[in-house]
Design a binder for this molecule. Structure first.
Ligand code: 5MM
Length: 339
């Protein structure tokens, strides 16, 4: 199959009705922090067992169409000895790979960040393809103050995100582009909306400059919410603000927008996704999820590092995935959490 045919097929698989994406691509420092929140030590073996548990959850392919992994996982095996990417394919789930190398300080800025990882990216992608990954992910992050992000940070980050996307498409891999406006801070909802809009305007400008085919990308944005120190708005308010920004910035050619959860509680992220899908007005894209914490927190709590809890952990995973699958269609109700 040629490069375009491969990306078309991957997009079709990722956007099937009822499906979203699981982000299980935490780097070593991030997974260490996530697991330690539940008293679990992060070792090669605990990470292998845990990510194998996710990939082999019976029936999970009905709600999850793709999983983003960290590169270590592509080479690990489930308890049954199957390569984890192959275990995903056995459930008709597309394996993907996070390819950025984290952030460094953006030289010349006042402490802002830029994401790195472009060096040798094409060669790395060839290796990931051989290991079964069919799509990729790269995350930029933008801290918010009254004056930041600066023009410099918006443009520098957009440039690397677009260059990454162009390289991924040159290998026939669908790029997930993730410009995350952080929830840290005391900015209000309007400030989050303005920064999210500015980040996406710069991003789509750069994607065009680098000839990225918008038909074969997935956008992974934050929902528009105020900073952590503010009270959370209703799901309807979040939906209206989020859709307002998306309508002004994201071309209809983009097939799918899969939100990150960004520190929301599991049920809050589900309710907000549901409200986004229930809202009236133009929505020319699939609106789904690519959650990490909002999908995994209950799973890690149920597992607690004790492998005897595997079934309970898989039960927690399938429940959360089903709730989000319903929200993706605007058919979720909080009463379903306990039904
Ligand atoms: C924002 O983080 C992404 C989405 O996760 P949430 O739904 O929890 O917000 C997530 O995919 C993230 O990019 C990965 O966990 C990797 O993070 P690190 O910091 O390890 O690169």
């Amino acid at each position: 199959m040629d490069r375009i045919g491969q990306m078309q097929q991957t997009i079709e698989r990722l956007t099937r009705p009822g499906r979203g994406i699981l982000a299980a691509d935490e780097s070593y420092p991030t997974i260490t922090k996530r697991l330690s929140d539940f008293g679990i030590e992060s070792t090669e073996e605990t990470r292998r067992f845990y990510r194998g548990l996710l990939a082999t959850t019976p029936g999970i392919g009905e709600s999850i169409g793709g999983v983003i992994f960290f590169e270590e996982t592509l080479g690990q095996r489930t308890d049954d000895g199957m390569a984890i990417p192959a275990a995903c394919e056995a459930q008709d789930i597309v394996p993907g790979i996070k390819v950025d190398k984290g952030t460094v300080e953006l030289a010349g800025s006042s402490g802002e960040k830029v994401t790195q990882g472009l060096d040798n990216l094409g060669d790395r992608l060839d290796g990931y393809l051989e290991q079964g990954a069919l799509f990729t992910k790269w995350r930029n992050l933008y801290a918010v103050t009254e004056t930041l992000p600066s023009r410099q940070a918006l443009d520098a980050n957009a440039e690397v995100l677009a260059r990454y996307a162009a390289i991924a498409q040159s290998r026939g891999m669908v790029p997930i582009v993730e410009p995350e406006v952080l929830m840290d801070g005391d900015h209000d909802l309007e400030r989050c909306a303005a920064v999210t809009e500015a980040a996406q305007v710069a991003l789509f400008d750069a994607l065009r400059r680098h000839n990225v085919a918008l038909e074969y990308i997935v956008l992974k944005p934050n929902m528009v919410l105020p900073g952590k120190r503010h009270a959370r708005p209703s799901a309807a308010v979040c939906a209206e603000a989020t859709l307002g920004v998306l309508r002004r910035t994201v071309p209809a050619a983009v097939p799918s927008i899969n939100f990150l959860s960004g520190g929301q509680t599991s049920e809050e992220a589900t309710a907000n996704l549901n409200a986004i899908n229930q809202a009236e007005g133009a929505k020319p894209w699939v609106l789904s999820f690519s959650f990490s914490r909002a999908l995994q927190n209950p799973v890690q709590a149920a597992w607690s590092g004790d492998n005897a809890n595997k079934q309970a952990a898989q039960q927690a995973f399938i429940h959360r995935a089903r709730m989000n699958s319903l929200a993706r269609a605007g058919r979720y109700d909080p009463s379903m959490e306990t039904a």
